[in-house]
Design a protein around this ligand. Structure first.
Ligand SMILES: Cc1cc2nc3c(=O)[nH]c(=O)nc-3n(C[C@H](O)[C@H](O)[C@H](O)COP(=O)(O)OP(=O)(O)OC[C@H]3O[C@@H](n4cnc5c(N)ncnc54)[C@H](O)[C@@H]3O)c2cc1C
Length: 403
């Protein structure tokens, strides 16, 4: 009986498992999905969890409730190593021999080895980090009446990609709300977004990025161009383009300056490109016919492209579906199908509850319609996992939950 092991139940791994579940029903195969937690979380919602605008309970989707565990085994375990030569996945609790491996362990923050980042900054890399950030922020507002120290209400966000921008925008709304609740003058709150270039969100093109930036500035977010070089308890040191150094005072720092593939990639000796695995056109490790790497761990370069696609939830889902179909075909005795092709369907960056900027069908969209589209994208994923019932239970509609 062929054994298929999938590591990671994020967008890529869970989509792969669900595809295998559909395609291999009744076949004599053993599929195991290994994940660190009992739950899946849509990583694109982590910033909302960290601000309390989407509850952690809602964000967690328990894996055994969406998998058919009669056909797919789920193992809660932390994978420490993949022994490629003996074809064994080594977890803390158990080992998982395989004939086909799908590595879908996702991302981790990239600190670029800069001092203080690990110690003094938060990174948006898991539900646990998001919940810690939320508890810290709420505590600062609750305690303000005792210390009245405005320094404790200063925030710096490093990184002008999706995570940084979505967090900064939603932080404006959330801190306004917390000020109202706790009786604090909102003018004490200060939010600075730090990016290496004048323009933000390159994936939205020049016009989309400029529109999003203007909206952020209108919301009162300060934008500073420069490279963060150090984080310390008082804030972030930034090297400006003219070579001068500036300190952005902040008691809370979110580090969202970049992601890299899971450390498992390096630990298992897989060939790397920028901390990700440079996969072939069937998303396999070059030279292997049974080791697939998908999602944020994979660096896939499309035909005619010079650089790998950036890691996103969208490509992770498509990779998961593709590899599920590929393995199902091969296990049934067929040949691998056509090479993987990424179908870009647009992207939307939320700017809090009722605003967003995105590109859909090649057109820049913004405002409440874009915010609606963002909810549609997120609800579509829930629909794939658990149909209409899951959308009704955990879906996002016009206004999101808060206090
Ligand atoms: C705040 C934020 C906003 C974002 N917004 C967007 C957006 O709008 N659009 C978009 O397309 N993308 C967005 N992204 C990026 C997107 O979330 C990622 O590209 C996507 O989550 C990658 O999917 P994945 O399946 O590769 O990994 P993940 O979703 O990270 O899943 C990896 C899984 O592997 C598990 N795991 C990790 N290590 C181990 C181990 N050692 N053992 C066992 N299990 C392990 C994890 O627990 C997790 O369940 C955003 C990301 C963030 C953080």
């Amino acid at each position: 009986m062929k054994r298929i092991v999938i590591v990671g139940a994020g967008y890529a791994g869970l989509e792969c498992a669900l595809t295998l579940q559909r395609k291999l029903k009744g076949e004599k195969v053993h599929v195991t999905l290994v994940n660190r937690h009992d739950y899946h979380y849509p990583a694109t919602l982590l910033h909302r969890v960290s601000l309390g605008t989407y509850s952690a309970r809602k964000a967690r989707v328990f894996i055994r409730t969406v998998l058919d565990t009669d056909h797919i085994e789920f193992a809660k375990d932390i994978v420490e190593h993949v022994d490629l030569s003996h074809k064994v996945v080594e977890g803390v609790m158990s080992c998982y021999p395989y004939d086909y491996l799908v590595l879908a362990a996702g991302f981790t923050g990239n600190t670029f080895g800069l001092p203080g980042v690990e110690t003094y900054a938060y990174q948006m890399t898991s539900m646990n980090t998001a919940e810690r950030l939320l508890a810290d922020m709420e505590q600062r507002f609750k305690n303000y009446s005792f210390n009245a120290d405005p320094a404790r209400l200063k925030f710096a966000v490093v990184g002008n990609g999706f995570t940084g921008v979505e967090y900064a925008a939603e932080l404006v709304d959330r801190t306004r709300e917390l000020c109202r609740i706790c009786g604090i003058d909102y003018r004490n709150v200060d939010i600075t977004l730090i990016g290496r270039h004048e323009s933000i969100l390159p994936m939205l093109g020049e016009r989309g990025g400029a529109l999003a930036k203007q909206k952020l500035l209108d919301m009162g977010v300060h934008y500073l161009v420069g490279s963060a070089v150090r984080v310390h308890p008082e804030g972030v040191e930034v090297e400006c383009p003219d070579g001068t150094m500036r300190t952005v005072l902040a008691s809370t720092v979110l580090w969202a300056a970049g992601v890299q593939g899971n450390p498992l990639v390096a630990d298992s000796g897989l060939p790397q490109r920028g901390n990700r695995v440079a996969v072939d056109d069937h998303l396999r490790v070059p030279g292997s016919t049974c080791t697939y790497v998908i999602g944020d761990c994979a660096a896939f370069t499309g035909k005619g492209e010079s650089r790998p696609y950036p890691p996103t939830g969208q490509i992770a889902q498509q990779m998961g579906r593709y590899v599920g179909r590929e393995i199902a075909a091969v296990v049934r005795g067929g040949e691998p199908g056509r090479p993987f092709t990424y179908h870009y369907r647009g992207t939307v960056c939320s700017l809090s509850h009722l605003d967003a900027v995105g590109i859909v069908g090649g057109k820049v969209i913004s405002g409440e319609f874009a915010a609606f589209m963002k909810n549609v994208i997120e609800n579509k994923w829930l629909f794939e996992l658990g149909g209409g019932a899951l959308v009704m239970k955990k879906g996002q509609f016009r206004m999101r939950t808060s206090d």
